[in-house]
Design a protein around this ligand. Structure first.
Ligand SMILES: [Fe+2]
Length: 301
C-alpha cells in the first residue's frame, strides 16, 4: 500500500444560512436566496475538490463538543435529521453519510499514542451536528465521498487558549500519521468562522441582505489582517498572533479546527487561495484553500 497523504486543506465555515440560501432538497425551510458571494466562493471550492479526487474528507467541527477527549465518528453509515439548535427556523437537514471507519480508528489510535484521550463514536443513532453537516454539504453536496468527523474537545475553553491549541496540534499530527498509515488521499476541512461577533436579532426574512454587514469594524479589520497573512503564505506569523486574534475578535478558530488542519499539513508556508469572504449575521467567514498537489507537496490523483 502506498503511503497516504494530505492533498489539500480548506477553511470551510459552517453558517447554516448558506445551506438555507441554496435551497437544497435535503433542507426543509425555503429561502429567497441570500449570502450569494459566500455560496459562490463554495462553488469554486467544490470545483477544486472535484479535481483533487480524494478518498476521504476529514472535518473538525466546533459544534460537536466533547468534554472528555477527542471523539471520531466510527459508524459505517449515519443518517437522520440535523437541526441547528439556534436557528431551527432555517436548518432542518436530512443527511446520510458514509464514514471511513478504518481511518477513524487509526486517528484515535495515533492520538492515544501521542498522549491524547480519544474515543470512537459507535452509536448508530448519533445525530451529526449542524457544523459538520453544513461544511460537508457546502464542500460536496453529492455526499459521495466517505468522511471522518472529529469532535471539538473543549480544552481551549477549560485550559488557556494556548494549552488547548497545543492539544489540537497533537490531534493534527495524529491525523496526519493515521492518513499516511492507511494509504488515504485525504482532504481536511476546518469548519471555522473567523471573527465571531454577531447580531442578536434576526431580520425578517433572515435572507434580507440589506441587514448583513460586519458586526464591528475591529473584527472586520482583524479578519482582513489574518486573511492577508494567509494569502501571502505567512503561516508562522499567523499562528504567532492567533491567540490575540482569538481574544480580540472572539474568533471561532479558538475551538481548534484551524490549528488541527495546519498541524496535520505541517504548517506549510504556502499562500492560501481565498475563494471568497462574507459575513453571516455579522460574523466573518472566509472560504480558503491550501492545495498541496498544486504546490508540488503531494501527488496528483
Ligand atoms: Fe459555529
Amino acid at each position: 500500500m502506498a503511503k497516504g497523504e494530505i492533498i489539500a486543506g480548506f477553511l470551510a465555515p459552517h453558517p447554516p444560512h448558506l445551506v438555507y440560501g441554496e435551497n437544497p432538497p435535503q433542507n426543509e425551510p425555503r429561502s429567497q436566496g441570500g449570502w450569494e458571494p459566500l455560496r459562490w466562493a463554495y462553488e469554486r471550492a467544490r470545483k477544486s475538490l472535484e479535481d483533487l479526487r480524494p478518498d476521504v474528507l476529514l472535518v473538525h467541527s466546533p459544534h460537536w463538543i466533547t468534554q472528555q477527549g477527542h471523539h471520531f465518528l466510527a459508524v459505517p453509515k449515519l443518517s437522520g435529521k440535523s437541526v441547528d439548535p439556534i436557528f431551527p427556523n432555517i436548518f432542518r437537514y436530512t443527511f446520510g453519510l458514509d464514514v471511513d471507519v478504518e481511518l477513524a480508528e487509526a486517528c484515535a489510535a495515533e492520538g492515544a499514542r501521542l498522549g491524547l484521550t480519544t474515543k470512537l463514536m459507535r452509536n448508530p443513532n448519533f445525530r451529526v451536528d449542524y457544523g459538520t453537516i453544513t461544511t460537508l454539504h457546502m464542500m460536496r453536496p453529492q455526499w459521495d465521498i466517505p468522511v471522518v468527523g472529529l469532535s471539538a474537545n473543549n480544552s481551549p475553553y477549560y485550559l488557556t487558549t494556548e494549552q488547548g491549541l497545543e492539544e489540537m496540534d497533537l490531534l493534527g499530527r495524529a491525523t496526519r500519521a493515521a492518513i499516511e498509515a492507511t494509504g488515504r488521499r485525504a482532504v481536511l476541512l476546518a469548519s471555522n468562522t473567523l471573527c465571531h461577533y454577531h447580531f442578536h436579532e434576526e431580520p425578517d426574512p433572515p435572507e434580507d441582505m440589506s441587514k448583513e454587514h460586519p458586526e464591528n469594524m475591529a473584527g472586520y479589520q482583524w479578519d482582513m489582517r489574518i486573511i492577508d497573512l494567509l494569502r501571502r503564505g505567512r503561516v508562522k506569523e499567523t499562528f504567532e498572533i492567533l491567540p490575540r486574534f482569538i481574544d480580540e475578535a472572539f474568533a471561532e478558530v479558538k475551538s481548534g479546527a484551524f490549528t488541527w488542519m495546519f498541524a496535520a499539513m505541517g504548517y506549510p508556508e504556502l499562500a492560501g487561495e481565498l475563494h471568497g469572504y462574507g459575513t453571516v449575521i455579522g460574523t466573518g467567514n472566509a472560504v480558503m484553500e491550501w492545495n498541496l498537489v498544486r504546490a508540488g507537496l503531494a501527488r496528483a490523483a
